[in-house]
Design a protein around this ligand. Structure first.
Ligand SMILES: CC(C)(COP(=O)(O)OP(=O)(O)OC[C@H]1O[C@@H](n2cnc3c(N)ncnc32)[C@H](O)[C@@H]1OP(=O)(O)O)[C@@H](O)C(=O)NCCC(=O)NCCS
Length: 160
């Protein structure tokens, strides 16, 4: 699919919040921290009709860049790949040493996707979701393929 990648601006905050709300809140939990994607820098993808087809947000802290969210509204069309490449480029240009992210143990599609894009397992934070649910009780207990959502899986890519 031919897409255009645009920077998220303040004007995008509304639809980003609406998109995330079905998950139960405007924030996500990563390593015990609340992150508000609508307030973070990021990118969205637009198709040839001007429809939004993807979203990625990130946070740079020191020399590390966390990919906070990545969503392709149409799967297997190259949108996720382009968004990830864009975040990687920004991280590299900002002098980051490491690009990292958290996913959950049930997210087989994402675990496959990241490894195919050159990211590696950095750590598995066993049973981290128990703590996350104290901060966000709406996190479901069961995820993709009926797999209990239990662990945070940390992926990384060392940037040169
Ligand atoms: C993870 C996610 C972002 C991947 O996005 P995506 O846009 O489907 O990914 P891509 O299309 O770039 O790549 C997926 C596969 O489709 C293939 N593909 C890309 N363009 C294609 C095309 N035009 N025709 C057929 N296949 C294509 C890619 O080759 C890739 O396969 P590979 O990994 O074996 O090389 C997406 O699955 C998603 O939004 N998941 C839900 C949200 C989520 O869980 N996010 C991660 C949270 S941590």
């Amino acid at each position: 699919m031919k897409i255009t990648i645009r920077n998220n601006t303040r004007d995008d905050a509304g639809w980003i919040r609406d998109f995330l709300r079905p998950g139960g809140a405007e924030f996500i939990i990563s390593r015990g921290r609340k992150l508000f994607p609508a307030e973070l820098p990021g990118f969205h993808a637009i198709d040839h009709k001007g429809e939004k087809v993807g979203l990625a947000t990130y946070e740079i802290v020191g020399d590390q860049c966390e990919l906070v969210t990545i969503d392709a509204f149409v799967r297997h069309s190259g949108i996720g790949t382009e968004l990830l490449a864009k975040v990687r480029e920004v991280a590299q240009n900002a002098g980051c040493r490491r690009l990292w992210l958290i996913t959950t143990n049930d997210n087989i599609e994402a675990i496959r996707f990241y490894q195919r894009r050159g990211m590696y397992f950095a750590m598995v934070h066993v049973n981290a979701l128990e703590h996350s649910r104290t901060m966000k009780p709406s996190i479901p207990t069961v995820g993709f393929f009926n797999i209990p959502i239990r662990d945070e899986v940390e992926f990384e890519m060392i940037l040169s």
